[in-house]
Design a protein around this ligand. Sequence first.
Ligand code: FES
Ligand code: FES
Length: 158
Amino acid sequence: MSVTLQINGEAASVDAALHDTLLSVLREQLQLHAAKRGCNQGVCGACTVNIDGWPARACLSLAHGCEGAQVRTLEGLNHTPRVRALQRAFTEAGAFQCGFCTPGMLVAAEALLSREPAPDEAAVRRALSGNLCRCTGYVTIVQAVRAAAAALRAGSAS
Ligand code: FES
Ligand code: FES
């Protein structure tokens, strides 16, 4: 059954069953692999994408349910100043090891910074509370998000 989705600002028509998730369409039909399939049941946040400005779990979102919504994956956010600042800060802080959680973290953090340019530690932890990381212990991730926010405020991120 055909459905037209708005993915990263472009219309994409795909053939999807009513039970197909956004994650499966992104990864298997559109070859957008930044959103990861971790738990595939809404727990880990590795599949996080942005839907209409908010972080959402692609593994819990039905593709047909996303018709008419603006879906952004990390591929579509990569060039934005916020994500570039976050990527730089993650690298400088050593905020990843295996990197499996990182795309979802970046999408969730970008959504936070789009609303809150100066989040305190608690706000960052709250915003990322749905994103699990098995490697880092989160401290460097929180530091990186706050460092990116500071760089953006200072205008030193580009
Ligand atoms: S893969 Fe979607 S929350 Fe884990
Ligand atoms: S860096 Fe490995 S799960 Fe987060």
